[in-house]
Ligand binder design. Structure first.
Ligand code: HEC
Ligand code: HEC
Ligand code: HEC
Ligand code: HEC
Ligand code: HEC
Ligand code: HEC
Ligand code: HEC
Ligand code: HEC
Ligand code: HEC
Length: 267
């Protein structure tokens, strides 16, 4: 018959009554003194808590079973690595005992310099992780060179190794500037919000987004600007630049009003 046994790790004894009620072996005590969470290095979490003890502590005989031999506490000790060691042994980086869903993989990813946003939130990790010995580049152009269309008017002065992220985000290629234009000049917030109809209100030359005008499309009229900026003989000055009556150009406007609101030099 079984006798009390000593736990290998702590040297403390386990008593039959830590798990069993007196008078019967089964069912087990409803409130066992033995607590797997507290008393072992392997708390039973998620689906593990619903398992039969024998699923992890096998044994051919009752006596054998009561030695509570474990295979180890690492996930790989008990679970087959379906990724064939592509991601290494640290399964818990991406998984938990709740389920094998890769939700945690995305969380893990959020801690890198490259959160998987929008179009990148796809499950085919291997489209980017083409090798498990190197970490992919975070530069758009390293992966999207082949998507680049040099013939596009919008790509004048842009090359296949230019930084796509200046103008694009990982949503859809043709949606991007809507989000990123603020990098150059706010048009969806601030004073210019809702004040324009098309890109060409400001960008007259569809071949180059670098050129723009503040004075076209009935936006700011030169005569109104002249009176706004000049009084008597003097005109507004800012950091060495003077407003040029009758020939103010748009680069000058941007120089004094980089955010499209009050002048950076104040009144
Ligand atoms: C850590 C908890 C734990 C301790 C301590 C423990 N047992 Fe058990 N015992 C179990 C579990 C769990 C089972 C049921 C195993 C199974 O799933 O078949 C079991 C089953 C048994 C059975 C088989 C019952 C049957 O009808 O199949 C016997 C007999 C038994 N234990 C005797 C003992 C004795 C004697 C001690 C003290 C020396 C002891 N146990 C200590 C957990 C424990
Ligand atoms: C999902 C797997 C799993 C399940 C299910 C499980 N255990 Fe464990 N158990 C382990 C692992 C892994 C260890 C080793 C922890 C360590 O090394 O400290 C362990 C350790 C133990 C120990 C301590 C053994 C020692 O030598 O210190 C006892 C006792 C034990 N389990 C009893 C039980 C009982 C009773 C049940 C059912 C109520 C159970 N276990 C269910 C995985 C499991
Ligand atoms: C001591 C053995 C053992 C260890 C260590 C272990 N597991 Fe388990 N786990 C099992 C057993 C046994 C099952 C139930 C049978 C099965 O689904 O494989 C299970 C079930 C699961 C399930 C549920 C599977 C399903 O389809 O419902 C998940 C998820 C899981 N384990 C994740 C993990 C993770 C993550 C780790 C590491 C943190 C881990 N396990 C460590 C033994 C273990
Ligand atoms: C870097 C993240 C990562 C690591 C580390 C990782 N996995 Fe996964 N795992 C995933 C992703 C993502 C999926 C879902 C997509 C897929 O099948 O590749 C997945 C799916 C799974 C599935 C479910 C497969 C199915 O068909 O439903 C199992 C089982 C699994 N992993 C086991 C493991 C084990 C065991 C380890 C540790 C040896 C491990 N994983 C390590 C990311 C990871
Ligand atoms: C669109 C491309 C892309 C996709 C899809 C992608 N990754 Fe990544 N991943 C990256 C990039 C880029 C990095 C490097 C980030 C950095 O340098 O901080 C990275 C880094 C990682 C790292 C950290 C590597 C380390 O050693 O620090 C892990 C783990 C990872 N990815 C797992 C996954 C898993 C799992 C999936 C699938 C769910 C996935 N990735 C999908 C591009 C991607
Ligand atoms: C490590 C490689 C990698 C990096 C870095 C990367 N991407 Fe992606 N990207 C992908 C993959 C893979 C897809 C999904 C497959 C596809 O559509 O090409 C994707 C999809 C996209 C899409 C959707 C394409 C479509 O047709 O639906 C856009 C837009 C995009 N990425 C933009 C970017 C931008 C902007 C950056 C830089 C901020 C960037 N990507 C960085 C690999 C990468
Ligand atoms: C200076 C800003 C800028 C840079 C840098 C830039 N693009 Fe573009 N790209 C645009 C504009 C503007 C459009 C036209 C958007 C539209 O059609 O609404 C465009 C359109 C595209 C389109 C076609 C969208 C469609 O559906 O017709 C693709 C694909 C594209 N870019 C890829 C890239 C890639 C890859 C890079 C980096 C190598 C890149 N772009 C760099 C501004 C830029
Ligand atoms: C209210 C005027 C205005 C509107 C409307 C506007 N832009 Fe701009 N845009 C500017 C200004 C000002 C700059 C800054 C130029 C600079 O910094 O040299 C700029 C810069 C750019 C640049 C960067 C050029 C470069 O490489 O330096 C691109 C690309 C661009 N705009 C595209 C667009 C697109 C596409 C639209 C329509 C969705 C649009 N813009 C609407 C005023 C506007
Ligand atoms: C040398 C600097 C300078 C230049 C160049 C300049 N501005 Fe101004 N602008 C000012 C200052 C200073 C004010 C006075 C109020 C303020 O601080 O916003 C002002 C006022 C304005 C106002 C009125 C703001 C209001 O409160 O309603 C508008 C509109 C304006 N400028 C647009 C333009 C445009 C368009 C151009 C180019 C044609 C331009 N500015 C060129 C400095 C300048």
């Amino acid at each position: 018959m079984l006798i009390g046994f000593t736990r290998a790790d702590t040297g403390t004894d386990l008593d039959c009554l830590d798990c069993h009620d007196s008078g019967q072996w089964l069912p087990l005590s409803e409130k066992p003194r033995f607590d797997h969470v507290r008393d072992t290095d392997f708390p039973l979490l998620g689906t593990h808590a619903d398992l039969q003890c024998r699923q992890c502590h096998p044994g051919d005989s009752t006596e054998d079973f009561h030695r509570f031999i474990g295979k180890g506490i690492e996930c790989v000790s008990c679970h087959q690595d379906i990724h064939q060691n592509y991601w290494g042994d640290l399964c818990e980086d991406c998984h938990s005992p709740m389920n094998w869903q890769p939700a945690q993989a995305f969380e893990r990813h959020n801690q890198t310099l490259f959160p998987l946003a929008a179009a990148h939130h796809i499950i085919e990790c291997y489209l980017c992780h083409t090798s498990n010995i190197s970490i992919p580049s975070i530069d758009c152009q390293d992966c999207h060179q082949s998507d680049f269309l040099p013939e596009l008017a919008s790509h004048t002065n842009v090359g296949e190794m230019s930084d796509c992220s200046t103008c694009h985000a990982p949503t859809r290629w043709n949606q991007i500037l809507a989000i990123n234009h603020g990098v150059f000049f706010p048009i969806r917030s601030g004073n210019h919000r809702g004040e324009w109809n098309s890109c060409s209100d400001c960008h007259f030359d569809s071949n180059s987004f670098q050129s723009f005008s503040c004075l076209g499309s009935g936006c700011h009229s030169l005569s109104k600007m002249n009176s706004e900026h000049c009084e008597g003989g003097g005109c507004q000055r800012c950091d060495g630049l003077t407003y040029e009556r009758n020939s103010a150009n748009s680069d000058d406007c941007l120089f004094c009003h980089p955010q499209g609101n009050e002048s950076k030099c104040g009144d």
